[in-house]
Design a protein. Sequence first.
Length: 647
Amino acid sequence: MNPALRTALVSIVAIALCLSASAELRAVAVRALGGSSVQINDGDHAVLLPLSPKGMPVALPGQSHNVKFRHSKDSNATLTMEGGAVPGLTFTESYRSVTPCLIERTVTVTATADRRYYIDLGWKTATEGAFYSFMGKEEKTANYSASCSGPEFAEHSMQTFPFLGYRVGVQLFGVIGDTPGLWENRSFLKFDIENRLLSLTNGDGSAKRIISIPATLDATSVYRAQFDGWQHIEVGETQTWRTWIFSSPAKSLYDVQLAAHLALANAKGFNRSGLEAILRNTPYLLLRRNLLRSESDYIFISGVGYGWKQWVSDGFWMSRGLDDPKFDDASQKATFFERINYEDNAQYYLIWAVLTKRSGAEPDMRTVGRAYRFMREHEHDGLYVPPRLKPETPQFKTYHDLLPYDDDDSPSSDQGFHCGALMAAKELGFDVKDEDIAKSIAGYRRMFNAEGGYMASSLKQQDHIGQDSLYGEVLTYAVFGQKLLPDEVVRKHLETTMRIQSPYGMRVISKANGDLLDGHSGEYVFGGSWFLNDGANYLDGLIHGMDPQWIDDKLLWRLEKELAFMPAFHESISTVTGKPHGHHLYSWNSGFWWLRREICQRLGITTPDPLEQRLDKELGVTRSKDPSGRGEYLALDPGAATLRPKE
């Protein structure tokens, strides 16, 4: 085709799609020789076509097939396709309209023989456009995995969010894969720019290999499992695979990322606000099938770069954010003792056991008992004194810094959780007396530096401020309704913090005047700002009677810093540059959503959350009502947004 004519045609299609931005997405059955396939229309315009004119691609070992369907039925905003088959497998699929701009696609596979297989659930774009993954614009063909990093996936770069999209003018059309945890950890994306293909598969056909956690990485034992790139199904078994197709206005990468978040949140019901959408999507996307332990089915991972494992604190906070009893119980049971016997993990584990038991599950009391005994064995005069994880170094005593601590020292962050853990142990039936709890609370209060007006990093390191010192109290209040510190201590700590904090938030550890410790970079555990710590500190102010309007103002300010570069919560942000550091869509920030909800309920605050409403306005997130009666949903208005990266 003449290049000028081709450009003109693309422009005409782009204009048409932009003009139809308010049209409804529809799944349409398209009949052809051999059966029917499906395409996605935006109003009267096709936007996504079948990957192949032959039908949905299905791979079997040594074979490639395509599925078309013999029958189609369109009823009650759902298109159902039936009568698809390849040797040993039968297929049906449905397309359900969730909102005017969101469709849920469900592919159901039934085995008539034992099989290994995988499906390509992607699409061909109806026209040219700018291609996007969650992390950026895709200029050339690229492969990604949303599973985990490591040599097991050497052919794929890593991305947490299984999203593929293309933008025509200011209109985005996207495809989202389900959490890898429900795809047996097999989630693969390919952008084929030249052929305009968005490929999303639940396998890659790779051979069996061993994955493992070496003893030198985070734990003191080695755990191994076998993994391959195929889905496995036995005769008579049925499996289902869900994806979502959506449209949204989008003017920038930030808009693309936020639109993907809102679409997934609308699909899963995490859609009270943009803040809830981002925070609860994160643990859902980091859910994984547990391959390394036989006790349960699921774990949460910190981020794809951390591999096939979870720390207790990560699993705990992500379970709080996802707020699903099934995954909460499974993830809690998956934790093994070699991840419990250092830092504050035993304390987290006991509190977690209480919450899972309250929800109707039965904790693994053998491991709970080991955690309890470990914690009490390292308690002295009410203070928790964590042992060395590695005999050769006095580090790894707290989650948030790598400072060496004396072997008789008690970090304040650990101690806050210790108080709550004793309450949890008592509720679980262990021999904990009220005086034991009172002694632990007294020890926690001893860590306040009255002269400096702050909670110190530890009992002995009184010249270091610990901004991780309060979140143990906040969790204890959320779970048990009990304050640990006097009002004046928390208020004084926050007053001091306001004077010394960085322009980008609280340094997780700093000198008394707010300066970085010698040799620290202002990132990660070396003086970086971790949102859950900052957020919990402000929530502690709310618990202790500080002005809710002031608290919300400060939380909004900190949220603006966190979301300044992308709509995702990070491992930390630099307190020197303000830029994100470490993993994006980082796990444990998810707990802020749950913490705020629980604390507001305990304080009797039941009105719509003004913090969420204010942040939505800055993000350009609106609440729309579906004229077809399908309820309210979140939508994006990029033109109204004020919180975006500076050009």
